[in-house]
Design a protein around this ligand. Structure first.
Ligand SMILES: [Zn+2]
Length: 125
């Protein structure tokens, strides 16, 4: 179920390849914390930066999040639960000294790249 138009390349792959070309190395789809099962999409373990690329539909994007009418309540609960889990995962990571970047899948990969690079640079000095 995808409520918004997607490009051929999933934004996550695009952001990853931009980072890679800039010389950054990272882990993909891993739990930043050993004792927490939430998985981040792009993880910089040494600098402790976790990046999430959130899907507009599944995470209830304010611009593109739509609430399906069929089984509306079920979907609403599902999406609200996702959002709640996002907030909890962010809080746990912040408490552990991590930086958390949440990027909507609709954001321009180039601007997402700039955001990530700025965070990495601020932590590496
Ligand atoms: Zn969106």
């Amino acid at each position: 179920m995808q409520a918004t138009a997607r490009r051929d390349t999933p934004p996550e792959l695009e952001i990853r390849s931009l980072l890679y070309r800039r010389g950054y190395r990272y882990r993909v789809d891993m739990s930043p914390l050993a004792n927490h099962r939430s998985r981040a999409d792009i993880v910089f373990t040494r600098l402790r930066v976790a990046v999430y690329i959130d899907g507009c539909f599944w995470h209830g994007c304010p611009l593109h999040g739509t609430w399906p009418k069929v089984n509306g309540e079920w979907w609403r609960n599902k999406i609200e639960a996702n959002r709640q889990r996002d907030r909890e995962a962010t809080a746990v990571l912040l408490r552990a000294g991590w930086s958390v970047l949440r990027i909507w899948e609709h954001e321009e990969p180039e601007s997402a790249l700039n955001l990530i690079v700025a965070e990495l640079q601020s932590k590496s000095c």
